[in-house]
Design a protein around this ligand. Structure first.
Ligand code: SF4
Length: 258
């Protein structure tokens, strides 16, 4: 089979945060180390090129170093998404094996501020992965984006992405996409140290997304809110066909950056 170039593996549903905008997996059994390694190997055998390790918080897995190393060793370009739990116990492995580090921070008041800025600080010197900082924009932090941008300017970030809020339970805090585009232009005039992009919430090209239990899910919009559907197991012989058919049917989201 030819799996998609880039695959997201939600390696655990456990997290040490409880963000209101979270649409990550909840209470889903995660695979053993041995079975997680099989997932990684299977992706490589089926011609994926990039693995995005995400969660939950991937660093809560005790075997995370082994999984990162295995992805990199088998030749998958490895992207890592974390809020920074116990980051410095894993930094050496991440730096050596991951091409891309994705960190979340929504405002200067975000309770992840300390852990994220500590990570960024550590990259002020020396070799670093490509660093993307992602902020989910809602009515709660729209007015704080200048302040956040100024703070981020102190750190070696390569890209700042402003994500349009994907409403999970309540759409009332969504910020109009046009306003977000205007804000991006304003911010780009003031901040020249890194690129700023927008990712809208409606995406028509599907993710190939693996849940902690190795089921494949497709995210889609239902009545203006986030929804997802399980379409089978990664190891089903016809998973690719099912994924292609279902993604057309659900009009699953397009990973499009403006
Ligand atoms: S840190 Fe990420 S995975 Fe954890 S609750 Fe927040 S959005 Fe969800």
């Amino acid at each position: 089979m030819n799996f998609p170039f880039s695959v997201d593996y939600r390696i655990t549903s456990r997290c040490n945060h409880d963000c209101s905008e979270c649409y990550g997996p909840k209470n889903i059994r995660e695979l053993s180390t041995e079975d997680s390694l099989k997932v990684i190997k299977y992706l490589k055998e089926n011609n994926s090129k990039r693995l995005v390790i995400t969660g939950g918080e991937p660093l809560l897995r005790k075997d995370i170093d082994e999984l990162i190393k295995s992805a990199s060793l088998c030749g998958l370009e490895t992207y890592f998404v974390t809020s920074g739990y116990d980051y410095f116990s894993h930094k050496e492995i991440i730096d050596k094996n991951c091409a891309y580090l994705s960190l979340p921070l929504n405002s200067t008041k975000d309770n992840r501020l300390k852990s994220i800025t500590a990570i960024l600080e550590s990259y002020n010197k020396g070799i670093k992965p490509f660093i993307k900082l992602g902020s989910v924009v809602s009515a709660d932090n729209y007015g704080n984006l200048e302040e956040l941008g100024e703070l981020l300017s102190n750190y070696p970030i390569d890209l700042w992405i402003l994500y349009e809020l994907i409403p999970v339970k309540d759409a009332s805090k969504t910020v109009n996409l046009e306003l977000l585009k205007e804000k991006r232009i304003e911010l780009s005039k003031k901040i020249s140290k890194f690129d700023i992009k927008i990712t809208p919430r409606f995406r028509t090209k599907a993710y190939f997304m693996i849940n902690p239990d190795a089921t494949i899910i497709l995210p889609y919009e239902k009545n203006g809110l986030y929804s997802e559907e399980i379409i089978g197991s990664l190891f089903d012989n016809d998973i690719l066909t099912k994924w292609q058919i279902k993604s057309k049917e659900l009009n699953s989201w397009n990973w499009k950056e403006i």
